[in-house]
Design a protein around this ligand. Structure first.
Ligand SMILES: [Zn+2]
Length: 377
């Protein structure tokens, strides 16, 4: 099939759930425009101010008023810095799934020391996480980050609930990162459990060190405990080079996103597993977001994409060995027919059925709007 590319960004038909509007623009450009209408930068400051006030009110008389996940990366570090500058009192949670880097850890320690914040360090048991991680490779799906992404979501929710905190700050921004297509990265509790049930050695419900959640927990989190997720960067004009400078000056932060410095698992997935097995180039999401935000031109993005994602075979071998696969076993996974979340049990049918209440919940601020746009539309 010939590849069709969006008339505005660099997303194309390698994304299986993409559609194009009559003007030739893709689903993800349309999502961006709706997010832009909801978060216009000229109103950002005023909106953010009222959100910050609400967070402060919710935390009156308590030690903390928000939970902040910190990976040591640019987005979460900047979110934390801004939170403190706005006068919030975050409880920091740092989660290590076994693939963290020394630079990331140093960034977390420096940030919390300088900002004088307490950190809860959560470390997954490697045998448990390895088993969960292997299941997703056996499932032959692209979203091998999902067990970790979901566990982080579950852990932050759990910590918020335990401390009676109503807000979780999230470092995502549609302007710089874009929204990852659901065919590339999908997660929900039913999906994780089904994949683990089919391919794992450890029963999902017996996993101890990795936070879990049931669909009922999701409902309780949203409508009973009323824990809200706020993406503060979406209210700001967030530009990487300037942010890097600020982080270096104020938090002694180091960039580990550069080649060979990112975590080895991410390198393995993005430069080897996804492009070679699924023809997925994750750089397209971020580059497309930056085109839409006017940070780079489409030409610049195309120049980046014309250079194939190169991988370091020593890292690839190391990751495969650490996951407990032989080279032959992993080659069989690379050759196995490609699957997606659609081949497993998920909450997707329920999301479609509940699209109206979910839509309302995103308008009321219980859920981020992007969830409705991505999962229900
Ligand atoms: Zn597009």
């Amino acid at each position: 099939m010939e590849q069709k590319v969006c008339s505005r960004c660099v997303m194309d038909t390698t994304v299986s759930d993409i559609w194009f509007a009559e003007d030739g623009e893709c689903k993800y450009c349309k999502i961006h425009d709706e997010m832009e209408r909801r978060h216009p930068l000229n109103e950002g400051e005023a909106k953010l101010k009222s959100i910050i006030e609400a967070i402060k009110r919710s935390g009156k008389g308590k030690k903390y008023d928000c939970v902040c996940g910190l990976s040591g990366g640019r987005d979460s570090s900047y979110t934390l810095l801004k939170a403190v500058e706005f006068g919030l009192r975050p409880l920091v949670v740092s989660i290590d799934n076994g693939w963290g880097t020394a630079i990331a850890e140093e960034n977390i320690e420096n940030a919390c020391r300088i900002l004088n914040l307490e950190v809860i360090w959560v470390k997954f048991d490697w045998e448990e996480y390895k088993d969960l991680q292997r299941s997703f490779f056996f499932a032959s799906v692209p979203d091998v980050d999902s067990p970790s992404d979901f566990a982080i979501y579950a852990q932050l929710s759990k910590t918020a609930k335990e401390h009676g905190i109503k807000y979780i700050l999230n470092g995502h921004s549609f302007r710089t990162e874009g929204s990852s297509p659901i065919s590339w990265s999908y997660f929900d509790p039913v999906y994780i459990k089904d994949v683990q049930r089919r391919f794992g050695k450890i029963k999902y419900d017996n996993i101890r060190t990795i936070a879990r959640m049931t669909p009922w927990d999701l409902v309780k989190r949203t409508f009973i405990h009323r824990i809200k997720e706020i993406r503060i960067l979406e209210y700001m004009d967030y530009r990487k080079p300037e942010v890097d400078k600020i982080l270096k000056e104020k938090l002694g932060w180091k960039d580990y996103g550069g080649h060979h410095h990112e975590n080895k698992f991410t390198h393995f997935v993005q430069s080897y597993y996804l492009p070679l097995k699924f023809n997925i180039d994750k750089r397209k999401t971020e580059l497309s977001a930056q085109i839409r935000s006017g940070h780079i031109s489409k030409k610049e993005a195309e120049a980046v994409l014309s250079r194939p994602y190169s991988y370091d075979s020593a890292i690839v071998d190391e990751v495969i060995a650490r996951l407990g696969f032989t080279k032959v076993e992993f080659e069989a996974i690379m050759q196995a027919p490609n699957k997606s979340y659609k081949d497993y049990k998920t909450l997707q049918p329920v999301y479609k059925l509940l699209r109206f209440p979910i839509n309302v919940a995103t308008h009321l601020g219980f859920l981020p709007r992007i969830l409705y746009l991505k999962y229900c539309k």
